[in-house]
Design a protein around this ligand. Sequence first.
Ligand code: CO8
Length: 266
Amino acid sequence: MTTVETKPMADEQLILAETDGPVGIVRLNRPKVLNALNPELMTQLAEQMEAFDRDDAIIVIVLAGSERAWAAGADIGDMAERTMLEMYTRDQFATWDRIRRTKKPIVAAVSGFALGGGCELMMLCDVVIASETAKIGQPEINIGVMPGAGGTQRLTRAVGKATAMDVILTGRFLSATEALAAGLVSRVVPKEHYFTEALRIAHEMAAKGPIALRLAKESVLKAAETTLTEGLEYERKLFYMLFATEDQKEGMRAFVEKRPPRFTGK
Ligand code: CO8
C-alpha cells in the first residue's frame, strides 16, 4: 500500500490516507475520543475525498474508523458551550455536503461505535461492511438535541418510520445483526475481518467499469429524491449514456467472446 500525504491545514493528522492499487483508503484518526468528528477532521476528510475523486487512478474509496469505534458522533466537547448563532454561522454542514458529492463509490468499514454523526457519516457511504461488534445509533436525544447531519432523513429512508422513531427517540443502539435486518448495513462479517473484507469488496468493485460504477451510484441515490416515474426516466438516460463508453463495448464483447473484460474507464 502507498501512503498518501495528508497535511491539509491543521497541525494534527486527523485522517490517514493511503492507496492500494485502484482503492483509496481513508481512516479516521482521533482514537482517544473514539473518532469524534470535529470540524477540522471533517474538513480534512472532505479534502481527501475530493482528492481521491479527482484522481483517475482511484476507482473505489474505503472509509474506516478504528476497531473500537468507527465514530462516536460529532465532538460533544467542541459543541457543548456554543450558542445557536455560533453553530449557525460556522456552517459545519458545508463539509458534509462536500463529502456527499463524492462521485466514486465509498465502502464503509465499520467496527464498534457508529453513533450520532458517526451513523450519519456511515449513511453517506454506499456499501457498509459492518463488524459483528458494530453498535449503531442516533443517541443525540440523550444529550438534549437531535440528529443534525441527515439522521432523521436518511435513517428513516433506510429503515422505515417505526425503527427510525425507536432509534432516534430512545437513543438505543442497534446491534450489527439488527442493522442488517433493518437494511442499514450491507453485510455483517466476523470482527477479525471487517477491514480486509471491506477492502476485498472494494477491489472487487474496482475491477468493474469505473463510469458504470459512478453512474449506477448516482442512479441509486436518485431513488431517495424522486418519484418512481422520474427516477425511471433518470435511470434510462444514464443507461443510454453508458453506450457512449468504450467500457460498454468491451464488457459486452468480452461476455460474447467468453473472456474477462478489461475496463479502461473510457
Ligand atoms: N465527542 C467527544 N468525545 C467523545 C465522544 C463524542 N461524541 N464520544 C466519546 N468521547 C470520548 C469520551 O469523552 C472519552 O474521553 P476521555 O477518555 O477523555 O474521558 C473517550 O472518548 C472514551 O469514551 P468513554 O470513556 O465514554 O467510552 P465508553 O466505552 O465508556 O463509552 C460511548 C463509549 C457509549 C460511545 C460513549 O463515549 C458515548 O456515549 N459517547 C457519546 C455518543 C453520542 O452521544 N454521540 C452523539 C454526539 S452528537 C452528534 O453526533 C450530532 C451530529 C449532528 C451534526 C454534526 C455536525 C455539527
